[in-house]
Design a protein around this ligand. Sequence first.
Ligand code: CUA
Length: 155
Amino acid sequence: MKVAFYERIWMWAATAIIVLFLGAIFVTAAAQAVQPPGHIETIDPAAVLSHPEFGTPVVTTRPDGSVVVPVVAGMFSFTPDPIEVPANVRVTFRLTSPDIIHGFQVVGTNANAMAIPGYVTQFSVTFPKPGEYTIACNEYCGLLHHNMVGKLVVK
Ligand code: CUA
């Protein structure tokens, strides 16, 4: 089969681009650990509601003044709700789900993570501005996904 010179160049260029893109996916997956934040910590999703931390999640303050907020994101609400945290203090969210994947996005801030059954997702953020923020589930989780909202009060 005779393939024109320029056509061969484009075939090789297209192949190189595909290899580059696939390589980028594998490298970032391996080197940047594409997995839930705090992925080392696992939890039995069936036992979330009787778990000492997540059974009745409450906001606690550490001796250094930082705040820890365990959150259960389940169909179709967040617990606790509302969540009250102080402004200008490091707030560590610890999320999990007893059922399926949910999103946890504090609208208007860069707090945005997934609650994944079987894992505890942990991330820290500081809210400089007091006020009321909407927490939205941004992963489609079922018929009432659009109703899955919570409130964060920063004081
Ligand atoms: Cu939970 Cu959408």
